[in-house]
Design a protein around this ligand. Structure first.
Ligand code: NDP
Length: 244
C-alpha cells in the first residue's frame, strides 16, 4: 500500500489499459479519479475499484475549458492530485494521402493537447506541494512510426517531447514526469486486427505474446511509487521486446 493517502487522476480510465492502471493504483492504496467522455462508464469503472473514495467524471480532455474546472473539482473532492496518468487516447488510422483534417485534429487534440491540458492544470497544485508524479502513455509507434498512423505516431512522439520538456521544467519542484510506451496490448482499441496481421505482429514480439493491460499497469504503479523517486524524463518501453 505504498500509495496510501495519495490521490490519482487517470484519463481514459473507464476501460482497457486505463482501467487496469486505475485498479493497480487503487491496489497500491490511492484514491482514484477516472475521467472519460462517457459518464456512466467512468462511474461504473470507479465503483469497480478496490478500496474507497474513487470517483468517475465525464470530461473530454481535449477541451481545456472543461479540464481546468475538472482538476479543481477533483482536487477538492479527493484532496489534491498527487499522481496524474495521461492515458486517454484514440486512433483515426488512414494512409497519409487519404487522411482528413478532422482525423488529424481529433487524434492530436485528444492524445497530445489533452495531456498538455491536464499537465498544465495539475502542475500548479503539485508545485505548491513540491511533489507529484505525471505519467504519460505514449506508444512504441511514437518512436518507430507506423504506416497508416501519421496522426497517431505524431501525437505519441509529441508526448515524448512534452514529457522531456516538462520533466526539466518541474524537476526543481519535486515533480517527476515520465513516459510509458506500450507495444501491442489487447484492448478495444486493437480488437479489430485481422488474424494475419496478428500473426505478423506476434513474429515481431520477442516474448511471443501480445501484451495485456496488466503489463502496463504494473509499470505505471512503479513509476508512481517510492521506488521510482530518482527517475524523470524517461521513456519506458513495455512491448515484450518488439523494439529492441
Ligand atoms: P481504449 O480505446 O480501450 O480506451 C480508451 C479510453 O480513453 C477510454 O476510457 C475512453 O473513454 C477514453 N477517451 C478517449 N478519448 C477521450 C477523450 N477525448 N477524453 C477523455 N477520455 C477519452 O484504449 P486502450 O486502453 O487500448 O489505450 C489506452 C492508451 O494506451 C491510449 O493512449 C493508447 O493510445 C495507448 N496505447 C495503446 C496500445 C494498445 O495496443 N492498445 C498500444 C500503445 C499505446 P470514452 O470513450 O468514454 O471517452
Amino acid at each position: 500500500m505504498e500509495l496510501r493517502d495519495q490521490a490519482a487522476l487517470v484519463t481514459g480510465g473507464s476501460r482497457g489499459i486505463g482501467l487496469e492502471i486505475s485498479r493497480a493504483l487503487a491496489e497500491g492504496g490511492a484514491r482514484v479519479a477516472i475521467v472519460a467522455r462517457d459518464e456512466s462508464r467512468a462511474q461504473a469503472a470507479a465503483t469497480s475499484l478496490p478500496g474507497d473514495g474513487h470517483r468517475g467524471y465525464a470530461v473530454d480532455v481535449a477541451d481545456s475549458s472543461r479540464v481546468n474546472p475538472l482538476i479543481k473539482r477533483v482536487g477538492e473532492e479527493l484532496g489534491g492530485i498527487d499522481i496524474l496518468v495521461n492515458n486517454a487516447g484514440l486512433t483515426r488510422d488512414n494512409l497519409l494521402m487519404r487522411m482528413k483534417d478532422e482525423d488529424w485534429d481529433a487524434v492530436i487534440d485528444t492524445n497530445l493537447r489533452g495531456a498538455f491540458n491536464t499537465i498544465r492544470a495539475v502542475s500548479r497544485g503539485m508545485m505548491k506541494r513540491r511533489s507529484g508524479r505525471i505519467i504519460n502513455i505514449s506508444s512504441v509507434v511514437g518512436l518507430t512510426g507506423n504506416k497508416g498512423q501519421a496522426n497517431y505516431a505524431a501525437s505519441k512522439a509529441g508526448l515524448v517531447g512534452l514529457t522531456k520538456a516538462v520533466a526539466r521544467e518541474l524537476a526543481s519542484r519535486g515533480i517527476l514526469v515520465n513516459v510509458v510506451a506500450p507495444g501491442y496490448i489487447e484492448t478495444d482499441m486493437t480488437a479489430e486486427l485481422p488474424e494475419a496481421a496478428r500473426q505478423g505482429l506476434l513474429e515481431q514480439i520477442s516474448l511471443g505474446r501480445l501484451g495485456q493491460p496488466e503489463d502496463i499497469a504494473g509499470v505505471v504503479r512503479f513509476l508512481a511509487g517510492p521506488a521510482a523517486s530518482y527517475i524523470t524524463g524517461q521513456v519506458l518501453v513495455v512491448d515484450g521486446g518488439m523494439v529492441i
